[in-house]
Ligand binder design. Structure first.
Ligand code: ZN
Length: 314
């Protein structure tokens, strides 16, 4: 019997949940695949969709030698960085809001775990009233594009109109590098999965729910959007794809990734955002930060040091 089976079989799952842990089935190693965190009166579940192995060729501004030595310094014994993929479930009052939907089947077997994880913590996708896409990249939207269709059958979709306009534009698709052309088809399919329930928001700070406000973070995509969650004097800044390879980009924040639509704007947005988080001593959550996915930044040399959010007992 595996540890996971033991936990579920003895009812320990609910006991642990009562202590503030969300316990998921994750994988054969029995890893915890979700973490629950309270922000004031809101509850945030960081849900692991798995990870994507990324190599130095994906990054701009770092040599393979620097990449390897930064991974070694971070105690990652691999040539590839295991880039986490997270979605966030925010419960505010009666509302259940999903922020991003995982990769589904499109990025290989190490990602696409979100349905299992949601099932394990007892969340039915049909109970989600709002899905927010931080941007229209596959690792955030693939979960609604599957042979069985969009599981969020009752949810409205909120997404930046700038991203909708970009990723549904046939002229931009025609001019895009071949490697990026399928991303446009995927975005159209994901949007189509919500039918007439797509409700796009404009630029600027837009309130999507009580205490949940958009923060434009352009560059990674034109409409790339973070979310600020504020409740009862506490706050969490969900920064989406402000970085993808923390072991490298927190030490060298100028490093960009090939997926950034506008490399220079993405770099500037990252530098400004990381500085703000460190200066204001905020708690942040990242789409590509390994669980628990939440933490703090402090300046360290030319970059930043990550401190994982403290565990909430009880
Ligand atoms: Zn991403």
């Amino acid at each position: 019997m595996e540890r996971r089976d033991f936990l579920i079989g003895t009812g320990m799952t609910s006991a642990l949940a009562a202590l503030g842990w969300s316990v998921g089935p994750a994988d054969a190693e029995g890893l915890v695949a979700a973490r629950r965190y309270r922000v004031g009166a809101a509850t945030v579940h960081v849900l692991s969709d798995g990870y994507i192995p990324l190599g130095p060729e994906m990054l701009n501004g770092v040599t393979p030698e620097e990449f390897a030595s930064l991974l070694e310094a971070a105690h990652i014994s691999s040539d590839l960085h295991p880039t986490a993929v997270n979605a966030f479930l925010v419960e505010i009052g009666e509302s259940k809001i999903m922020i991003d939907a995982g990769a589904g089947d499109i990025l290989g077997p190490t990602a696409g775990k979100l349905p299992e994880v949601m099932n394990a913590i007892g969340i039915d996708p049909a109970d989600i009233d709002t899905v927010i896409f931080t941007h229209l990249h596959g690792d955030h939207i693939g979960g609604v594009v599957s042979p069985s269709g969009n599981p969020f059958i009752n949810a409205a979709l909120r997404v930046a109109s700038a991203d909708v306009d970009f990723w549904t534009n046939a002229d931009i698709q025609a001019q895009a590098p071949d490697a990026f052309k399928p991303s446009f088809d995927l975005a159209r399919a994901a949007l189509g999965g919500f039918g007439d329930r797509v409700d796009a928001f404009g630029s600027g700070e837009v309130s999507l729910a009580p205490g949940l406000t958009t923060v434009p973070l352009p560059g990674h995509t034109v409409g790339h959007t973070g979310l600020m969650l504020e409740s009862e004097g506490e706050a969490l800044f969900i920064t989406a794809d402000i970085f993808h390879v923390p072991a490298v980009q927190l030490s060298m924040p100028g490093v960009t990734i090939g997926f950034d639509t506008d490399q220079e704007l993405a770099r500037q947005t990252r530098l400004r955002t990381l500085d703000m988080i460190a200066t204001d001593r905020m708690m942040m959550g990242g789409s590509h930060v390994a669980l628990p996915g939440l933490g703090h930044l402090d300046t360290a040399g030319d970059g930043y040091r990550w401190t994982t959010a403290r565990h909430q007992y009880g």
